[in-house]
Design a protein around this ligand. Structure first.
Ligand SMILES: [Zn+2]
Ligand SMILES: [Zn+2]
Length: 162
C-alpha cells in the first residue's frame, strides 16, 4: 500500500498488538477501520505527564482557534435564513480558511477522504468516505491516545461521531 501523502511504499509495524501501516518518509499512519478502535481501547503505551500536559494544552488551543474561525464564518452569514444555508459550503469555507485544502485519496480504494474530529478530542483525522479506515499524520496517533486516555480518566462522556 502506498502513502496517500508522498506515494512511498508503507511498511508494517506493530503498535499495541495491532499491525499498522506506517510511511517511512512522512511518518503518517494508515489504520483499517477496526484498528483505530483496538488501539484506542488498549493502553500499552505510557505517556509522561509532560507529554499529556503538552497535548492537552495544544489541543485546547487548537479547539478554540477552530471555534473562533467557525464563529467568524457564521458571522458572515448573519441575517441569512439558517435553513437556506448549505452545510457543505460552510464546511468548505472553513477548510479553506483553516488551511487544509489537501484532499487525500484512500490508499485502499482510491476514494476521497474527509476530515473529522475524533470523538470530541479536538484531534482531526482523515477517513475514507467509503469506510475503509483512517489516515493519521505523524504524531496524531499518540495525540489521540493521550486525549482518549485523559477522557476516560475524567469520565467525561465521549461521543464517537459517525
Ligand atoms: Zn508518506
Ligand atoms: Zn477507501
Amino acid at each position: 500500500m502506498r502513502c496517500p501523502l508522498c506515494d512511498k511504499e508503507m511498511s508494517k509495524e506493530t503498535y499495541e498488538n495491532t499491525e499498522i501501516d506506517i510511511c517511512p518518509s512522512c511518518g503518517g499512519v494508515w489504520l483499517d477501520k477496526d484498528e483505530l478502535e483496538r488501539i484506542v481501547d488498549t493502553e500499552d503505551v505510557k505517556f509522561t505527564p509532560q507529554q499529556v500536559k503538552d497535548v492537552l494544552k495544544d489541543s485546547s488551543a487548537e479547539k478554540s482557534k477552530r471555534e473562533e474561525l467557525m464563529h467568524q464564518i457564521m458571522d458572515s452569514y448573519k441575517g441569512v435564513d439558517v435553513n437556506s444555508l448549505n452545510t457543505e459550503e460552510i464546511l468548505n469555507t472553513f477548510r479553506k480558511r483553516w488551511g487544509h485544502q489537501r484532499v487525500l485519496k484512500c490508499p485502499k480504494c482510491g476514494a476521497d477522504t474527509e476530515e473529522f474530529e475524533y470523538a470530541g478530542t479536538g484531534v482531526m483525522l482523515d477517513r475514507c468516505v467509503k469506510g475503509d479506515g483512517f489516515w493519521l499524520d505523524k504524531g496524531e496517533l499518540d495525540k489521540m491516545q493521550i486525549m482518549m486516555e485523559y477522557y476516560k480518566k475524567i469520565n467525561a462522556p465521549v461521543a464517537v461521531e459517525e
